[in-house]
Design a binder for this molecule. Structure first.
Ligand code: PXL
Length: 275
């Protein structure tokens, strides 16, 4: 199999185990050449740290992209995550046009919200921009809060399986061929993910034990493993299994250290996994 190439468009949170500091090591370990188009630089992520700094890279991004275009650089997938400035959605559209190989994938993790709330530094323009960009994506990986923002519906604490499937189908109707909903639960004690594939009209689900503790960055860990599998041509069940198990192992790895609340210790899980 030839080595795949991904470019990830999201922020660098310098400290805090999320976004590019998660995506880069995981995708690389899965044998994927990973380039980055950083959307901004923050001192930490915005979930729980106070007075974080933010350097918006919107003005630099077109220069990087144009240089790549002039060099003929191309990718098998674009993976977008946290976007701190709504002007960047046009740039993602341009990247899809100009730096994807034929048949390449636009993969959107609409990382903007969790537990019913938008992340601290984000506003309605980001929600509107995400709603538009998911229409152009091949695969999206929202959690249920993000799904509610994308569909302009109300987030709930609990959902039935029928409601979850309905949400996945409605999101697929917006454009993407595959929707992977994360943080899904409809049986007590179980948490997992469900994928809806528009072409085959089939759903696939995978559940693990629910560990009642929330950490930032688990969505980014999940997406990075899932995207590595998708780009490497793994089937959807394997993709869900690998990413759910990886997240659960990372959480279990973190639990004993009560002083470590800002992210998950995924590194040793990565080092010990059979990729
Ligand atoms: O993990 C998602 C994420 C990415 N980037 C930044 C964040 C968050 C979540 O809070 O704040 C800057």
């Amino acid at each position: 199999m030839s080595t795949k190439k991904i470019v990830s468009i999201q922020d660098i949170s310098c400290y805090g185990q999320c976004s590019l500091t998660v995506a880069l090591p995981i995708l690389s370990a899965y044998g994927i050449e990973t380039a980055i188009l950083p959307s901004g630089i923050l001192s930490t992520h915005t979930g729980g740290f106070k007075n974080f700094t933010f350097l918006d890279l919107t003005d630099e991004m077109p220069k990087i992209l144009n240089h790549w275009i002039s060099e003929g650089i191309r990718f098998d997938a674009i993976y977008t995550g946290y976007i701190g400035d709504a002007r960047q959605f046009d740039l993602i559209r341009q990247a899809k046009e100009d730096i994807l190989n034929p048949g390449g994938l636009l993969i959107v993790d609409p990382a903007m919200a969790d537990y019913g709330k938008l992340y601290t530094a984000l506003n309605e323009d980001i929600v509107l921009g995400m709603r538009e960009i998911v229409r152009e994506a091949d695969l999206i990986l929202p959690n249920l809060t993000e799904a509610a923002f994308l569909l302009d519906t109300r987030w709930k604490e609990t959902y039935t399986k029928e409601e979850i499937l309905q949400i996945a189908k409605q999101l697929a109707d917006m454009g993407p061929k595959t929707v992977i909903l994360t943080g899904v639960s409809y049986e007590p004690g179980h948490l997992g993910a469900i994928a809806w594939q528009k072409e085959s009209e089939q759903y696939t689900e995978y559940f693990t034990e629910w560990i009642p503790k929330n950490y930032h960055g688990t969505g980014d860990v999940f997406s990075s493993v899932a995207i590595a599998d998708v780009v490497n041509g793994k089937d959807i069940y394997t993709t869900l299994k690998d990413s759910c198990e990886f997240v659960v192992k990372s959480i279990r790895n973190t639990l004993p250290d009560e002083s470590h609340g800002y992210g998950v210790k995924f590194e040793t899980v990565l080092a010990e996994s059979n990729l």
